[in-house]
Design a protein around this ligand. Structure first.
Ligand code: GYE
Length: 332
C-alpha cells in the first residue's frame, strides 16, 4: 500500500504544481485502491491450501490473528480447497488487486513458475509458508518459513528403531497429499527406514489426503484385505483419527497391546489421543506461522533482507511418557 501512498503524494504534488501554474486542470487525486486498503496499512493476500486438518485450522487462525487491522494489516484470505488451480487464480487476483505482499501456502511443490513470474513482474514479493515450492528460479520467491518434513519422518523412524529394532513389522503407510512437501519428506523418512530393515515391510501405501474421512476409508479397505498389521504410519493427526476409528470398528485395539499408530502434527486433538495411548508416537509440526511471516514482512519493510529459508524447531511425543500437564501447555 505504500506504493499507493507515493502515487497519492505525487498526484497531490502535481496537482499543486498545476494550480501554481494557473492551469484550470487539476491532476486526479483519485487513488481508487483496487485492494480496498487504506493508505497506511499493509495489504497481504494469503492463499491458503484449504481446511483439511486441525493443523490447517490452527495455521489459518494464526495468520488471521496476526494480520489484523489493529496490527496495521489488511488480510485478503483465500481458501483453495486443496486445489492448485484455485491457488493460481487467487494469486492472479492478488496481483490485480495490487496487494503489497503475497503469502502462499502451496498445496504441492511443482507448478508455480508461471504465476510467480507474473507476481515478480508486478513487483510483488512472494513469501512461501509451510510446504515448500520447487521452482527453476529461486528469485521467484522472497523467503520461506516452515518445517523440515524429512527430519520429522526421520524422528518417527528413529523411534520405531528403538521400539522395534529387529522385529518383523507389517506397516500400513497412509500418505498425505501426494506431491506436497509434508508428504514427500515424511514418506522419504519412512522409506529410508524400511530400506534399512530387511524385516520391515510396507504392506499398503495409499494417500489419505491429510483428512480424517480418507484416512478412515483407506484403513477400512486395508483391514478387509490384511488382518496382520503391526504399525500404521499416518502422515497427519486427522488421518490417524480416521485410521483409529477403522481399527476399532474392526474390533481391534490401538496402542501398547494392539496396532501401533504413528502420527504427525501433534495438535491438541492428536496429543489427546497420545495421552489415551491410541497414538503411540506423535511428531510435532508447528502451524503457528503468522508471527513468523509478520517478522519477514517487517524485515522487508525496513529495507533489510530476511533469511531465504527458515526452519521451525520441533519435538516429538511418546505415549509412554506424555502427560496431562504437557497437554495442558500446548498452544494448538
Ligand atoms: O501436517 C497436515 C496438513 O503442510 C504441514 O498439512 C502441513 C500439513 C499438516 O493438512 O495436517
Amino acid at each position: 500500500m505504500r506504493k499507493k501512498m507515493i502515487a497519492l503524494l505525487s498526484a497531490a504534488t502535481l496537482s499543486m504544481a498545476l494550480v501554481a501554474c494557473g492551469s484550470s486542470k487539476t491532476a486526479s487525486t483519485d487513488d481508487s485502491k483496487k485492494d480496498g486498503g487504506s493508505a497506511s496499512e499493509i495489504v497481504v493476500g494469503f492463499s491458503q491450501v484449504g481446511a483439511e486438518s486441525d493443523w490447517r485450522t490452527a495455521n489459518t487462525e494464526s495468520m488471521k490473528s496476526t494480520f489484523t487491522e489493529a496490527n496495521g494489516y489488511k488480510l485478503i484470505f483465500d481458501d483453495a480447497q486443496q486445489k492448485q488451480e484455485n491457488q493460481i487464480t487467487a494469486i492472479r487476483n492478488f496481483i490485480q488487486q495490487e496487494v503489497d505482499y503475497i503469502v502462499l501456502a502451496p498445496v504441492t511443490e511443482t507448478g508455480w513458475d508461471t504465476v510467480l513470474k507474473e507476481a515478480k513482474d508486478a513487483g510483488i514479493p512472494v513469501i512461501i509458508v509451510d510446504r515448500m515450492i520447487d521452482v527453476s528460479d529461486d528469485s521467484l520467491y522472497t523467503a520461506w518459513v516452515g518445517s523440515d518434513f524429512r527430519a520429522e519422518g526421520d524422528k518417527a523412524v528413529e523411534w520405531m528403531n528403538t521400539k522395534f529394532a529387529d522385529k518383523d513389522l507389517n506397516i500400513v503407510h497412509i500418505q498425505g497429499t501426494i506431491g506436497s512437501s509434508a508428504q514427500i519428506g515424511r514418506t522419504e523418512g519412512l522409506e529410508a527406514g524400511v530400506d534399512a530393515h530387511a524385516n520391515w515391510n510396507i504392506v499398503a501405501q495409499q494417500t489419505g489426503e491429510f483428512t480424517q474421512a480418507k484416512g478412515q476409508e483407506v484403513m477400512e479397505s486395508v483391514l478387509k484385505q490384511n488382518s496382520d498389521i503391526d504399525v500404521v504410519y499416518c502422515e497427519n493427526d486427522n488421518e490417524a483419527f480416521g485410521a483409529i476409528d477403522a481399527i476399532e470398528a474392526a474390533g481391534k485395539k490401538c496402542g501398547e497391546d494392539g496396532i501401533t499408530v504413528i502420527s504427525f502434527d501433534a495438535t491438541k486433538a492428536g496429543l489427546t489421543e497420545t495421552l489415551s495411548g491410541k497414538i503411540s508416537y506423535d511428531v510435532e509440526c508447528n502451524p503457528l506461522h503468522g508471527p513468523r511471516v509478520q517478522n519477514i514482512i517487517e524485515t522487508l519493510e525496513k529495507g533489510e533482507t530476511p533469511d531465504k529459508l527458515a526452519y521451525v524447531e520441533e519435538e516429538a511425543f511418546d505415549a509412554a511418557t506424555f502427560t496431562q500437564e504437557e497437554l495442558d501447555k500446548r498452544a494448538y
